[in-house]
Design a protein around this ligand. Structure first.
Ligand code: DC
Length: 239
């Protein structure tokens, strides 16, 4: 299946790529809500596969497990487009896939060429049968939805991203050191940006937005204006 398949041609897609902590998930969720479109966070798919491999006591070197788990995931994975809750069959895994350990594992799993190739159709399948979708990830604009009519690459300074991450972890009763978080962010960025397959980078036709000094609502307003300029929505809807 490719994005040019007729089933996908009718779906409007806005891609939001960028590093962890840039605010992509908050912005994407708010934007989808405003537009009445679905919201898909593709990192959750990589996280789910990482969780499955970990629970099976195996790793990406086990090619057979990857094939089996991706086939299972393709059938049973579900993201609630409104709440963002994630399910594998009947089992809710929303919180399990968000632990620091799974974040680390997902970043490693995402380096693997077979994993990326197999998860490509899974990510495209999630947006079928909807009017429009806001999808966030690392290679949405470059690889998964290269024909999307609006592509955003959202960034923020490593320190600002670490502050956001600190808040998120505190809400889970964790207390990591700020310096350690900045270091982890640098390491993860380097890994995501330098991997051989589908490295994280802005698409040539992406609009770059820096959220360091901007509240999510201001980023959403900027993206809505771009949507209106490109004829994706009739005109600006005031909040
Ligand atoms: O966005 P996130 O933090 O939930 O993503 C989890 C990991 O998956 C992260 O290390 C980057 C990777 N990822 C990716 O390589 N490509 C995507 N489209 C989405 C996520």
């Amino acid at each position: 299946m490719t994005y040019s398949d007729s089933a996908l041609d009718t779906v409007k897609v806005i891609t939001i790529d960028g590093p962890a902590g840039s605010g992509k998930s908050t912005v994407s969720r708010m934007l989808a809500h405003k537009l009445g479109w679905i919201y898909v966070t593709t990192g959750a798919i990589y996280r789910t596969l990482a969780l499955m491999l970990f629970e099976a006591g195996t790793g990406v070197q086990d090619r057979g497990s990857i094939e089996r788990f991706v086939a299972f995931l393709s059938e049973r994975y579900r993201q609630d487009p409104r709440s963002g809750r994630v399910f594998l069959g009947d089992r809710e895994i929303t919180h399990e896939i968000r632990t620091p350990f799974v974040s680390e594992q997902a970043s490693l799993v995402a380096q693997d060429e077979l994993v990326r190739r197999r998860l490509l159709p899974v990510q495209r399948k999630v947006v079928l049968d909807c009017n429009g979708a806001v999808v966030d990830g690392r290679d949405m604009g470059t690889v998964v939805f290269p024909d999307a009519p609006l592509k955003i690459f959202l960034t923020a300074s490593p320190e600002q991203r670490a502050r956001r991450r600190l808040e998120e972890l505190r809400s889970q009763n964790l207390e990591p050191s700020f310096e350690e978080l900045v270091r982890e962010i640098h390491d993860r960025d380097a890994r995501d940006a330098n991997r051989v397959v589908a490295p994280m980078r802005p698409a040539d036709d992406a609009v770059l937005l820096d959220s360091t000094e901007l509240e999510p609502a201001a980023v959403v307003r900027a993206v809505l204006k771009l949507c209106a300029d490109r004829g994706l929505i009739p005109g600006l809807q005031e909040s």
